[in-house]
Design a protein around this ligand. Structure first.
Ligand code: ASN
Ligand code: NA
Length: 457
């Protein structure tokens, strides 16, 4: 079913699947696509360079802070970097496959591509996975905000021990709630987030600044920073799998990349392949730079959020913390939009209702969904100690978006071709099977490992 992103088509034939229409009505990525579409009529859509920028911003976020701890759990730098390089091949091919399947199925959102190529059941599983994943990512974002405000307030209060004693209004729980209600909630309510694309410029520069600070602090460490024990080789080779959830979470941008592909001026596989390769290599340097230098600075003492390991009164790091807060504040609404639109789609399809034609009821439901989502993610973030717990739990889901769904889509698209089955045809089907197998392995291993850790500890 062709999705009509032009507004005038929505009233008419459009897509009759209510879930699809809900997604079109609500999600930012399609809104921005729709805006980009109108832009396309004017300026010809997003240029490849612009697409690189959007893809890099979709990937860089909370995961950046967890790479040093991930390298620590992997038992060393070499193992961590080798694993990242190996997975990068599949991360990039997964993005290219999603572009190809989006073209073949003529769908412009991640779960509509999955639904169109793999059928309704897989489509619903994908939508539920996106809802759970974006929900967990929003919790991680709140925890990151609490981490940074903890240290920033300590710096302002000139307390050296990093914990400001006693005042109720400097308590971490209070600062997270205040920031959330005053900044994040208003940004999450509206249906439209195209204004976010300006703030994301700050967000990407912020993440690059964090990487530069971490690298510089490694080359010229502060006197009071004492690195702990830095394991050079992993205790056992299986230890390297502990870094898998962070790598998958950090590089996951596949859900938001399908609409980006559809908003490009030239929707061809070649330029898209160049865009995603260039974007992922930028992310690779950022993650390796931060991961290696952050880990070598603190060794096994490194916090799950590397910025928590630096002393509170360090100005350069305080600026990095402020940038990370901005980065996460611009990312929360985008992830929330994806999750809310998917829930809206599931709800409407479950209700069997045609898409809400009366705007007032849609508006009331949207605000209710945002409030419930906001309160629950906020409350959970107040009681979860660090981002490591969240990332280890949803990192397996990120692996599904990177490996499993693209692999399934490639297999289905290829199997639906009835013309001659050449060697390359067989090669692509086998590659699809390999992707799904690796993804299922990562998902199974990391999710059970994370639940086991939570149960045991
Ligand atoms: N958008 C996501 O999946 C999370 C993002 N990759 C991050 O590191 O924060
Ligand atoms: Na971001």
């Amino acid at each position: 079913m062709a999705i009509n992103t032009d507004v005038e088509d929505w009233g008419g034939v459009g897509s009759n699947d209510s879930g699809e229409r809900a997604w079109l009505l609500q999600s930012p990525s399609v809104d921005s696509v729709q805006h980009l579409d109108t832009d396309r009529r004017r300026s010809g859509g997003v240029s490849p360079m612009g697409a690189v920028f959007i893809v890099v911003n979709a990937a860089l976020g909370a995961g950046l802070l967890n790479f040093p701890a991930a390298f620590n759990m992997a038992g060393g730098v070499i193992a961590g970097v080798m694993l990242q390089m190996f997975m990068l091949i599949f991360i990039i091919t997964g993005l290219v496959i999603l572009g190809y399947c989006s073209q073949v199925s003529n769908e412009s959102t991640y779960q509509e591509v999955v639904r169109a190529t793999c059928g309704k059941v897989t489509g619903v599983v994908c939508e539920v996975a996106i809802a759970v994943y974006t929900f967990g990512t929003c919790i991680a974002f709140f925890i990151v905000i609490g981490d940074q405000l903890d240290r920033l307030i300590a710096a302002v209060a000139h307390e050296t021990d990093g914990k400001v004693s006693g005042y109720w209004y400097t308590d971490r729980k209070f600062t997270i709630v205040v920031t959330a209600v005053l900044v994040i909630l208003p940004l999450s309510i509206p249906k439209e987030i195209s204004f976010q694309k300006y703030a994301s410029a700050l967000s990407v520069m912020g993440t690059w600044y964090v990487t530069i600070v971490v690298i510089i602090k490694y080359i010229w460490p502060d006197k009071e920073i004492t690195p702990g024990y830095t394991p050079t080789s992993s205790t056992s080779w299986t230890a390297v799998f502990n870094a898998m959830p962070t790598i998958c979470f950090g590089f996951q941008c596949h859900v938001s990349c399908v609409p980006v592909f559809n908003s490009m001026s030239k929707k061809e596989i070649k330029p898209w392949g160049v865009v995603v390769t260039f974007s992922m290599i930028i992310c690779l340097f950022v993650y390796i730079g931060t991961g290696v230098c952050g880990f070598l600075t603190f060794g096994s003492n490194v916090s799950q959020d590397v910025l928590m390991s630096y002393p509170p009164n360090d100005i350069a790091v305080a600026i990095a913390r402020a940038f990370i807060v901005i980065c996460v504040i611009t990312s929360y609404p985008i992830l929330h939009f994806c999750g809310r639109a998917v829930i809206e789609g599931l709800w409407l399809r479950f209700q069997g209702e045609q898409v809400e034609v009366c705007v007032r009821r849609e508006q009331r439901r949207r605000i209710l969904q945002t409030l419930v989502w906001f309160v629950v993610t906020l409350v959970l973030a107040l009681f979860i100690p660090d981002i490591g717990r969240v990332i280890s739990l949803i990192g397996g889901l990120a692996a599904c978006f990177i490996f499993v769904f693209p692999g399934l889509c490639l297999m289905q698209v290829k199997l639906s071709e009835t013309d001659n089955r050449s060697a390359s045809w067989h090669g692509l089907v086998v590659f699809g099977v390999v992707m799904v197998t690796i993804g299922a392995f990562i998902f199974g291993l990391t999710t059970t490992n994370s639940i086991y850790q939570d149960v045991v500890s």
